[in-house]
Design a protein around this ligand. Structure first.
Ligand code: ADP
Ligand code: MG
Length: 271
């Protein structure tokens, strides 16, 4: 039975799109059939992060409006054949994303894929609500800072009240993913630490992704970090988070400060 995951946060710029691509590719690498869907109508970022922007012909709204079949809009990843993306529309009116249309596309996707990952737009309005409505699981992407945690808290409230599961008295299974975590700044008190975030949100932790240039490099080459740099610390954290989503019980690794003497010497020499 296909599982639908929403990658959500409330706040923008926290790493939802990066996470959708990285987790989608991580699950697909394990041989699962995965579709990632961009719900961010107007912005359309997921295709860029996945490096398929030049291959976009049809999008989610074309499918909803009956202008294209789902099979025409889905783009298969060239590096990983079990990974597909359904892009968002860049220009059209956001109201074109209708609840009935989304429901129809989800039903069709469920027949073809094992996992469907929905990349939510920022905010708590219509687009974010449509992205979460059909979810079985939610990955709540949070940065270790107060405004992000507060927005995640509002999103958690919506997951508990505005989804198909909540309407049936059931729960969306929630997972907390802390991203852009910088252990040195957390140690200096410039960022919240992991325990603070967990205490406020009380959602089980699925991973901690360090702040890293590897993400920027991956996005510049149009590849999820789990495909382009699978040995990096970020990719490791995402790969483990994907295994937890699949039900494996693994302890979460917390990134530690790495800046030792060698790093210092190296930096000095490079300067
Ligand atoms: N772990 C990370 N380390 C460094 N930069 C990151 C990390 N995660 C995301 N970013 C960067 O943050 C910016 C916002 O990420 P994005 O995934 O687009 O966020 P959202 O979809 O929540 O708006 C992007 O420039 C992305 O490259
Ligand atoms: Mg985004």
């Amino acid at each position: 039975m296909a599982k639908i995951i929403v990658v959500t946060s409330g706040k923008g710029g926290v790493g939802k799109t990066t996470t959708t691509a990285a987790l989608g590719a991580a699950l697909a690498r394990n041989g699962q059939n995965v579709a990632v869907i961009d719900f961010d109508v107007g912005l359309r970022n997921l295709d860029l992060v996945m490096g398929v922007e030049r291959r976009v012909v049809f999008d989610l709204i074309n499918v909803i409006q009956g202008d294209a079949k789902l099979s025409q809009a889905l783009i298969r990843d060239k590096r990983c054949e079990t990974l597909s993306i359904l892009p968002a529309s860049q220009t059209r009116d956001k109201d074109a994303l209708t609840p009935e249309g989304v429901a129809r596309v989800m039903e069709e996707l469920k027949e073809k894929f094992d996992w469907i990952l929905c990349d939510s737009p920022a905010g708590i309005e219509r687009g974010a609500q449509l992205a979460m409505y059909h979810a079985d699981h939610a990955v709540i992407v949070t940065n270790p800072e107060v405004s992000s945690v507060r927005d995640s808290d509002r999103i958690i409230g919506m997951l508990d009240s505005r989804t198909a599961h909540s309407e049936k008295g059931e729960q969306v299974e929630k997972h907390l993913l802390i991203t852009r975590y910088d252990p040195a700044r957390a140690a200096r008190g410039e960022m919240l630490n992991i325990d603070d975030v967990l205490e406020i949100l009380s959602v089980p932790l699925i991973g901690v992704i360090p702040e890293s240039e590897d993400i920027l490099k991956a996005s510049n080459v149009g590849s999820p970090v789990t495909l382009s740099a699978p040995e990096s610390a970020c990719a490791h954290a995402y790969l483990e988070a994907a295994r937890r989503l699949e039900g494996e019980k693994l302890e979460v690794t917390i990134p530690v400060e790495k800046r030792g003497l060698f790093d210092f010497l190296f930096k000095k020499r490079g300067a």
